[in-house]
Design a protein around this ligand. Structure first.
Ligand code: ADP
Ligand code: ADP
Length: 236
């Protein structure tokens, strides 16, 4: 369970782009938060700040009471599972190995051969695959699966990290509408059942309305809306 707090966060890139302009945001544990906004609004920047891929130019990012700094990046990042638009699986490896790679943040790369993972990691990977309904595909190559199945593997890999928080950067942008609703439903269920916070970037209003507990509208580096899906409809 993670609580996240951003206070007065600005992000300037080296090319003088001011991508975030004073963002204050409190995310309680177990919330499914969707960030909506046009291209260039700063959504990816916000996600990258939450997993420490970027550091704020000004202001603070605090995860579970610990300010994210260069020094504690590794330990904080170990608690953050990532889900990507293009799934980011290793195509030529099997599904099980891809899921196990979620444990690598906590293990040494040199022990990463499948046979050297501790039994507890294998059990966790198996449980994660079961949660996304793909146990029977465990020994297939990742690139033999459909897009929706690959995204389930991506989610299982995140779960194998035992994350406090899952960050999903455009998780359904490469999927057809039916598969997209399945993936959004799965993320929402995981959030509700396990109390894992989910922060997802989306550009589809419909999925935000149907699956989020809370929606943040981002435009030009500012939060321009913060409320429930119902409030979004009544404001519109
Ligand atoms: P979104 O995800 O909402 O499309 P981004 O966070 O990717 O928005 O981008 C916000 C702004 O910051 C854009 O103007 C973009 O061009 C710029 N930007 C994003 N990443 C970088 C970077 N690594 N270096 C410089 N500018 C960047
Ligand atoms: P998104 O669709 O998620 O906003 P983009 O396609 O805009 O992503 O950007 C892809 C990558 O390019 C990101 O890693 C981002 O950091 C980088 N990037 C985006 N805009 C710029 C920019 N103006 N200068 C340098 N890098 C950028």
């Amino acid at each position: 369970m993670a609580s996240i707090k951003l206070s007065g966060v600005h992000k300037h890139y080296r090319n003088n782009v001011h991508a975030l302009k004073g963002v204050d945001l409190d995310i309680p544990p177990g919330q499914f938060l969707v960030i909506l906004g046009p291209s260039g609004a700063g959504k990816s920047t916000l996600i990258r700040l939450l997993n420490g891929l970027e550091t704020p130019s000004e202001g603070q990012v605090v995860i579970d009471g610990t300010e994210l700094t260069k020094r504690n990046l590794r330990s904080v990042r170990a608690k953050v599972g990532m889900v990507f638009q293009q799934f980011n699986l290793v195509d030529r490896l099997n599904v099980m190995t891809n899921v196990l790679s979620g444990r690598l943040g906590k293990r040494n790369w040199f022990t990463s051969s499948l046979f050297l993972f501790p039994r507890s990691d294998l059990e966790l990977a198996h449980k994660s695959l079961a949660r996304v309904g793909l146990v029977e595909k465990a020994w297939m190559r990742a690139d033999q699966l459909s897009g929706g199945q690959q995204q389930r593997v991506g989610i299982a890999r995140a779960l194998a990290q035992e994350p406090a928080l899952i960050l999903a950067d455009e998780p359904v942008a490469s999927l057809d509408p039916i598969t997209s609703t399945e993936i959004m439903g799965l993320l929402r269920d995981i959030c509700d059942e396990q109390g894992i916070s989910v922060v997802a970037n989306l550009h589809q209003l419909d999925y935000a309305r149907d699956y989020a507990h809370r929606i943040i509208g981002l435009n030009n580096g500012h939060i321009v809306f913060d409320g429930s899906p119902e409030q979004l409809d009544s404001d519109a």
